[in-house]
Design a protein around this ligand. Structure first.
Ligand code: 3EB
Length: 346
């Protein structure tokens, strides 16, 4: 039997090439995200793309991550969400101005209110259109480690996110989606998501306490995300690994040592991959065939992180590097990854 053609493809390309994607190619774009500093919204009306203000390694061009599908696609809008979908897959994104969302006399911090309303809108859309499996959330907002309203902003975000899950009758433990949450340089609250009409299995990491069980020292509400999501689409197993940091159990390891933090991230990713292969015995996920996205807090550490990754994984690594604040002040690097889908140009 011929191997099934991948239904989903991730392409990373310079922002300048995104607007010039040829007609045929363009029809198959689900959506994506562009990263540059300052943010530069791509001049594209026909599919949903986030414009995130994030710095790149010195001298690198603005970069876009684009998800392509083989299905016939249609675009839509639901409140603040722009989305594009086929029979199986839906990609959506939204950008909210925090200060514009909170109602007058709202006791909630503006970021908490904006997060809750964003997730409420997303769940309403997915429920209405019947895309019940969320493969992945990406969350970006400025000053993630800054305190306001007597609380770190990442913790405010966690309250708003969890309240929206609860409001929609969704579990906040066990059956939760993969995600990441990073600090951007400026701008509003940006959220992108990939959902499917399929069954997704949450994958946890035996080396780490599940994030949804983190103790209250990390905030009044535990973060609502799984270490990874595993899904079968068009006969292929695909894996979406959440942002992964130098955390073992629930504690940050290797304070101030970015090389050791990178190796610990990769040990965690290796453990998640092993766990995914145990749950999907035919998948054969491998570290050296994943697509990586690497968030480094201090730009001067990028070379060190790159070197550690090459050494750990061996051979050429497909990776996008970005400068971003990570959700604990003592974390210097966070790495996410995905596999099982096609990677690269058509
Ligand atoms: C961690 O393991 C690091 O809040 O959505 C990683 C992935 C992290 C996702 C999120 C946070 C999130 O706790 C931080």
């Amino acid at each position: 039997m011929m191997p099934a053609e991948a239904m989903l493809r991730l392409e990373v390309l310079p922002a300048s090439r995104l607007v010039r994607l040829a007609g045929d190619e363009r029809g198959g774009v689900l959506g994506g995200a562009c990263f540059s500093h300052p943010a530069c919204p791509p001049d594209i009306a026909d599919f949903p793309v986030l414009a995130v203000d994030m710095d790149l390694p010195p001298g690198e061009e603005a970069i876009c991550e684009v998800w392509h599908s083989r299905e016939p696609l249609q675009s839509g809008q639901h409140g603040p969400i722009r989305y594009r979908h086929g029979d199986t897959l839906l990609f959506g994104c939204l950008s909210l101005d925090e200060s514009a969302v909170a109602a007058l006399n709202d006791a909630r911090a503006p970021l908490q209110a904006a997060t809750e309303s964003a997730y409420q809108a997303i769940f309403a859309l997915l429920d209405a259109r019947g895309y019940h499996a969320i493969l992945r959330f990406w969350n970006y907002f400025p000053a993630i480690n800054r305190e306001s309203h007597s609380m770190e902003r990442y913790r405010q975000f966690n309250i708003g996110r969890q309240d929206a899950f609860l409001a929609h009758g969704r579990s906040v433990v066990d059956r939760v989606p993969a995600a990441c949450a990073l600090g951007s340089a400026a701008g509003g609250l940006h959220i992108a998501f990939l959902a499917a009409r399929a069954d997704v299995i949450g994958v946890e990491n035996p080396r780490q306490l599940s994030a949804y069980h983190y103790p209250s020292q990390y905030g009044p509400r535990s973060p609502t995300f799984a270490r990874a999501g595993l899904v079968k689409l068009g006969g292929r197993d695909m894996l979406f690994i959440s942002g992964t940091a130098s955390i073992v159990g629930h504690q940050t390891l290797h304070h101030g040592d970015v090389a050791a933090q990178t190796r610990e991230c990769l040990n965690n990713i290796a453990a998640i991959v092993a766990e995914a292969n145990r749950q999907a015995p035919d998948a054969g996920f491998r570290l050296d065939t994943l697509a990586y996205k690497v968030y480094v807090r201090h730009p001067e550490d990028m070379d060190t992180v790159r070197r550690e990754m090459a050494q750990f994984i061996g051979g050429a690594v497909s990776a996008v590097f970005l400068q971003a604040d990570v959700c604990r002040a003592d974390l210097q690097v966070e790495i996410e990854a995905s596999g099982g889908h096609a990677i690269g140009p058509a």
